[in-house]
Design a protein around this ligand. Structure first.
Ligand code: GCB
Length: 593
């Protein structure tokens, strides 16, 4: 080897090629809020190649070195401008049959034109979501990376843009045991830039974050405003024109708060009233449409705007047969319309943050939401770095959605083994959720001790709502155990049965005891609903699940790599018998309270 080895060969022997990329990842604190801003979309066709051996990162393709250290032309392994294209946003798995099962690195390349703005302007590359690790390179330089497959992140690129720019983005969706989620889940590991990418221009001093919420316990009479400004600012103004508010407040060390003594019309699923809210500083203006409501847990009860509620819900994944996790607004509207048709007031968005559009649409159409981070099953709970990843995903989700009235619950996980490490990890997340947003409730799908059976989980002391997943009638055939579970348990908090269900192949009919038939699913729903509807401390349900979804771990012939517990098939066109059963149950609940 010479002192300056030819860059293209060096990577073949380099053991620690990852080292240069190991800088601190993008954090929730550096996220910008593109709401209401002039945003230049970078969506559309990008050049694309899968890169199974991580060669872009190993051989530093993004540096675009075409000559070796002696100046000789070198045969490079890439040809960005001749690569085929793929649309952004999309999941690569559904863009070519060859990429369907692909897990690993993939390289996206796009040329970006740029016209300089006014003096002092700052520019940011903003990503709404990419699964799982994303490495960003601009004009041959490393900008930074992010981990977590479902939350937004941004990088400041001020001073790094020219008239013509090359953006190279490497997205890696290799499943790893120390990530969040871990390498084993019950859903499909879609890869890619599955949500939008944009260039956002902001002034030298800009509003980084705004949180506007009705103060719990204020008798619906105080709205709290908290603003974070990046750059110099000594004051800000908040306006709510429909409530006659235009109030100035002080900003010091980048933070300003205001307390508005006003009485807004309250947001609820029956009356999804939204108000125009604007916050401005000398240099920047941020605006949004926000609803005001209060959610509270007391004893075994849940209260929305001072009225006791029972959550009539359903779960769904962020998935479409054609688009994977890149749902369109129409997909989301269809899911919510189906939920409404069932009679739902609430939807559990399982098992990771769905797109920003989901909560916005729920705000408009009037649905309460449970939002969740993918702390799913057996995470590497003892690993501080895994905790840092999970905490950052939770913080990114909360910063993104804490102005959405529809969101009432932050869930910190699902069905996790009850170890000391897990308790410390998830109690930490629950504390973080409260710290970032004291106006909402926390929950998680907790554990049942089957030997009781009894609800037994040390995490319940750290959350507001006890979520329980139970599959009596399906994984656990003895229904008497479901009754026993409730008889044996004395929860001090509201319980929501956040999952129950059974698989059925749409269109397959048979006897009620024949697994995978619609009749069997129907029979299990009937028994479940009869029991659950009568338990005083159960304050809601969200059966598993609205529609079938892809599931690589289910190779059984009746599954065919799908989880078939949907009330509809995966295309959302074929309804199974249990759909109407749940609809009838919710109609009765609505009539009787
Ligand atoms: C569960 C999980 C969910 C699975 C479901 C099932 O308890 O929370 O992610 O898909 O069971 O179908 O087994």
């Amino acid at each position: 080897m010479t002192d300056t080895p030819a860059i293209f060969q060096a990577n073949i022997h380099t053991v620690d090629w990852r080292a240069p990329y190991r800088v601190p990842p993008a954090q929730a604190a550096t996220l910008i809020d593109p709401t209401g801003r002039a945003v230049e979309s970078l969506d559309g066709d990008w050049h694309f190649a899968i890169d199974p051996y991580d060669t872009c990162l190993r051989a530093r393709w993004f540096e675009e070195e075409y000559h070796d250290c002696d100046g000789r032309r070198y045969p490079v392994d890439f040809s960005f401008d001749q690569w085929q294209t793929t649309p952004v946003p999309s999941c690569w798995n559904l863009q070519s049959p060859q990429w369907f099962w692909y897990e690993g690195s993939a390289v996206y390349v796009r040329n970006v034109g740029f016209e300089a703005g006014p003096a002092g302007e700052r520019q940011f590359l903003h990503f709404e979501g990419a699964n799982y690790a994303t490495y960003v390179f601009l004009n041959r330089e490393y900008v930074g990376w992010h981990r977590g497959g479902s939350t937004p992140f941004s990088f400041e690129v001020t001073g790094r843009l020219q008239a013509d720019n090359r953006l190279v983005v490497v997205v890696v969706n290799t499943r790893r045991p120390d990530e969040v989620p871990t390498d084993n889940t019950d859903w499909f590991n879609y890869g890619g830039l599955h949500r939008g990418v944009s260039l956002v221009r902001l002034p030298a001093s800009f509003i980084r974050d705004v949180h506007v919420a009705l103060r719990p316990g204020s008798d619906f009479g105080v709205i709290d405003v908290r603003v974070e400004v990046d750059g110099a600012a000594s004051g800000a103004t908040v306006e709510l024109p429909e409530l006659g508010v235009a109030e100035e407040f002080v900003v010091a060390d980048g933070v300003g708060t205001a307390e508005l003594a006003v009485r807004p019309e309250l947001w609820s699923p029956d009356n999804p009233r939204l108000y125009e809210v604007a916050v401005s500083t000398a240099e920047d203006r941020w605006q949004d449409r926000i609803g005001f409501r209060e959610i509270r847990a007391e004893g075994n009860s849940l209260w929305l705007n001072g009225e006791e509620i029972w959550l009539k819900g359903i779960c769904h994944h962020e998935e479409s047969v054609e688009r994977g996790r890149s749902l369109t607004a129409d997909d989301i509207r269809l899911n919510f319309a189906l939920a409404k048709e069932l009679g739902c007031s609430y939807v559990r968005l399982a098992h990771y943050p769905h797109s920003r559009a989901a909560a916005r649409i729920a705000d408009e159409v009037g649905l309460l939401l449970w939002e969740e981070v993918p702390v799913y099953w057996a995470i590497d709970f003892g690993n501080p770095d895994t905790y840092a990843d999970a905490a950052n995903q939770l913080a990114e989700l909360i910063r993104r959605d804490r102005n959405r009235a529809s969101v009432i619950i932050w869930s910190v996980g699902n069905e996790n083994p009850d170890t000391d490490d897990r308790l410390a990890f998830m109690a930490g997340l629950a504390r973080l959720a409260k710290q970032l947003d004291p106006t909402r409730l926390t929950s998680a799908a907790c554990l049942v001790d089957p030997s009781g059976p009894v609800i037994a989980d040390r995490l319940v002391d750290h959350i507001d709502i006890i979520g329980i997943n139970e599959y009596y009638g399906w994984y656990e055939p003895d229904f008497a155990q479901l009754v026993a579970l409730f008889d044996n348990s004395r929860p001090a908090k509201p319980v929501v049965i956040c999952e129950f269900g059974a698989d059925a192949v749409a269109g397959r009919h048979g006897q009620a005891d024949e697994m995978f038939t619609e009749e069997n699913q129907l029979a299990i729903y009937r028994q479940q609903l009869q029991v659950l509807g009568g338990i005083e401390y159960v304050k809601g349900i969200s059966p598993w699940i609205l529609y079938d979804f892809r599931c690589p771990r289910r190779a059984h012939v009746d599954h065919g790599y799908y989880n078939r517990k949907g009330l509809l098939d995966a295309t959302r066109t074929q309804r199974k018998l249990a759909f109407t059963e749940l609809q009838r149950f919710y109609a009765r609940k609505a009539a009787t309270g």
